[in-house]
Design a protein around this ligand. Structure first.
Ligand SMILES: Cc1ncc(COP(=O)(O)O)c(C=O)c1O
Length: 481
């Protein structure tokens, strides 16, 4: 295994991050309010003795987080008010990898959360009324009628529909560089894509580096494949620590790195481009395969779609997985992986796992992506999710204990909440579910049982008076001695 030590230009990295964090602090404190104009780039550069490009980098980072917006010829303006609650802290994680054991508890929590009458604050599911279901129904009927031969296909060898592959390549133009059509494998959902990737690049007993906190389904996948998790500290805004990953991968014991660089679940962090570039270079140099979950990339709150890690990959080492579960409907069960140099291994895993992916669904998706309706729907959906997350943040800050810390997601529709140290969200969950209030306890996002004072809320539903009331009642359950 090559032992390249990565040289990270820390001073540059820190200068623009420092400026961004100071400006964000002013927004959080109310010194800069919604609609206020920020000092000009030239002024910031002169006063702070920073280069224009460093200032611009800071402003672009804030823009990608949805905090400021650039207006042509006018400068940068504050975009939305941040609630005054502090954000969750970055936790240090165990040095050693651990086996994973979350599945049983997780299944119980998710099942209970789906019972009728339970407030939908647990699973990260979008409300049906936000989804273009009528258009999809029409397309399913139309495709079945116009392409009767689709059901005649029986090939288990190559069932990727060229029309869909073409649409995926076209959409990826906005991602810092288009995907190559011949690296794409169409899958039954993002979950299948992640599973195929893990199986293609690891063997039981291997260690996989994950974010901390990590999306619980990723931990479940590691568990069922007999893999160990090494939790890497993750910043609620900036994502996985590249410095910690650098240290962890020096001894050549990490087989793969599995992460959600854009709007992570549960933190909602977006890794800045510099960190993505460093992570891509570091993992390529160390022979660590990267599995990137970009399911929330199109659901960013900032002006620009954040680029995926894949955009910074020069060696084919990054496998980008995604699906349309959060945008069209989870029921379609359709996703894909852009597999880079692992394409052949992943295609083989796909063939032996499930053959192909339903051809009618592939055609329906291709036709929907080809229509202007998709972009319109996506624009509207982003606004809805952002508004719902903001309303949920405001409700949590109204009803939860005063010392609660709340994440500031930059996309997606989940909200990570850190309760005061002495509160145990796993124990409180039993009281909450008895009162038909659900959430996902924080410890299920950690292989080593961290985050017992944290929880994740789903913001996939319009913030109705019923949801507001559920958060109020949850706050009361949490505050009860
Ligand atoms: C980060 C992430 N990846 C994957 C999934 C699952 O996606 P799919 O329904 O396509 O399997 C989710 C759903 O919550 C998710 O949050």
């Amino acid at each position: 295994m090559p032992q390249t030590v990565l040289v990270i230009p820390m001073t540059e990295l820190l200068r623009y991050e420092k400026l961004a964090s100071e400006l964000e602090g002013m927004i959080a404190d109310g010194a800069l309010r919604h609609g206020d104009r920020l000092p000009s780039v030239r002024r910031l550069s002169q006063e702070r003795r920073l280069s224009v490009s460093t200032v611009l980098q800071a402003l672009r980072q804030m823009e990608s987080r949805g905090l400021v917006e650039a207006r042509p010829q006018s400068g940068y303006f504050v975009r939305r008010a941040m609630a005054s609650h502090a954000e969750p802290s970055v936790r240090s994680t165990p040095d050693e990898p651990v086996p994973v054991d979350v599945s049983q508890r997780l299944v119980r929590v998710l099942k209970a959360g789906m019972r009728s009458g339970v407030a939908p604050l647990a699973a990260a599911l979008p409300a049906p009324q936000l989804l273009p279901l009528a258009a999809l129904h029409r397309l399913y009927a139309g495709v079945a009628r116009r392409h009767p031969k689709l059901l005649e296909g029986g090939s288990h060898i190559n069932m990727d529909e060229p029309a869909l592959v073409r649409q995926l390549v076209r959409r990826s133009l906005a991602w810092g560089g288009p995907l190559a059509g011949d690296e794409i494998v169409i899958t039954n959902s993002c979950t299948e894509a992640l599973s195929l990737c893990l199986r293609a690049v690891t063997k039981p007993g291997d260690t996989v580096a994950v974010e901390s906190p990590a999306y619980y389904l990723m931990l479940q996948l590691l568990e069922t494949l007999g893999l160990k998790a090494l939790e890497i500290p993750t910043d609620p805004r900036l994502g996985m620590s590249v410095e910690a990953l650098d240290l962890a991968t020096r001894d050549g014991k990490i087989a793969a790195c599995l992460l959600v660089p854009n709007a992570s679940n549960p933190l909602g962090s977006v890794m800045p481009d510099d960190k993505k570039r460093l992570l891509a270079a570091l993992t390529a140099a160390r022979g660590v395969a990267v599995i990137e979950d970009d399911i929330y990339g199109d659901l960013h709150f900032g002006q620009q779609r954040p680029w995926p890690l894949k955009a910074f990959d020069t060696t084919g080492n990054v496998m980008l997985c995604s699906s349309f579960s959060k945008i069209l409907t989870p029921a379609m069960r359709i996703g894909f992986v852009a597999a880079g140099r692992y394409r052949a291994a992943i295609a083989l895993q796909k063939t032996i796992t499930s053959g192909g992916t339903n051809p009618i669904t592939q055609h329906v998706l291709a036709e929907y992506l080809d229509s202007s309706a998709y972009e319109r729907h996506l624009r509207q959906l982003r606004r809805s999710y952002e508004g719902q997350v903001d309303s949920m943040r405001a409700a949590v800050s109204r009803y939860f204990p005063a010392a609660t810390r709340i994440a500031q997601p930059q996309g997606g529709f989940v909200l990570w909440v850190e309760l005061p140290e002495d509160l145990d969200a796993t124990m409180i969950y039993e009281r909450a579910i008895a009162e038909n209030l659900a959430y996902v306890p924080g410890e299920l996002f950690s292989a080593s049982g961290m985050y017992r004072n944290c929880l994740r809320l789903n913001c996939g539903n319009p913030h109705t008076p019923e949801i507001e009331d559920a958060v109020r009642r949850l706050g009361a359950v949490i505050s009860r001695p």
